[in-house]
Design a protein around this ligand. Structure first.
Ligand code: ZN
Length: 198
């Protein structure tokens, strides 16, 4: 596309790499950015770079944070003996929003998917097993109810069973394949309270 100058073309190209941004949206965003006051563009760019540079994984639960440990893991009031396993930091945020879960989390950063070639070693499973050497009463598996989420839940439960730690699965009722993030808090709470032992 040689309609615009090299700079604009590059900006459009970079923006169109973002998820959900097609070439039309990328053009619209590019022209919007160009029309913004320079200091606002600078602030946006700096925020993006700073965030990317300073973000890291919590050394316990592997959610994204800017400290060694996330606020949940470093909160003394949280019950460290109950670990809820979720696929993404967004799922963690969804459960946190209910305000009723008092345990801690473990973020897998994905789910096992033979179809996509994602195996147990490609998610933070080893790290979960390491945590179970500490004093843990229950592991709640809250992966999505998609095929990948169910496969992952089965795999984890088989892995944990021999340790004697209680393993539960959140109740279905969470729509199949539904992103936990978009499910309302009442549904999440019901799924959590109705969890069953695996
Ligand atoms: Zn943490």
């Amino acid at each position: 596309m040689e309609l615009y100058s090299g700079y604009i073309n590059r900006l459009i190209e970079e923006l169109s790499r973002l998820p959900g941004i097609g070439s039309k949206s990328a053009q619209r965003l590019a022209f919007y950015l160009i029309s913004m006051p320079e200091e606002n563009v600078e602030r946006l760019a700096t925020t993006m770079v700073d965030t990317r540079k300073n973000i890291r994984y919590c050394s316990k639960c592997y959610t994204l944070t800017d400290h060694e440990m996330c606020p949940i893991c470093s909160n003394e009031k949280r019950d460290k003996k109950t670990i809820m396993v979720v696929e993404t930091p967004r799922d963690l945020a969804a459960y946190e929003k209910t305000g009723r879960y008092e345990g801690v989390y473990h973020v897998l950063h994905g789910a096992i998917s033979p179809m996509l070639g994602i195996g147990p070693n490609d998610i933070r499973l080893k790290e979960l097993m390491q945590r179970l050497q500490e004093d843990v009463d229950e592991v709640i598996i809250a992966t999505n109810s998609s095929l990948e989420g169910e496969t992952t839940a089965m795999y984890i439960s088989k892995l944990i069973k021999p340790t004697g730690i209680k393993v539960t699965r959140i109740a279905s009722g969470v729509p199949v394949g539904g992103d936990l993030e978009y499910i309302d808090e009442v549904t999440l709470l019901r799924a959590l309270e109705g969890r069953t032992e695996l």
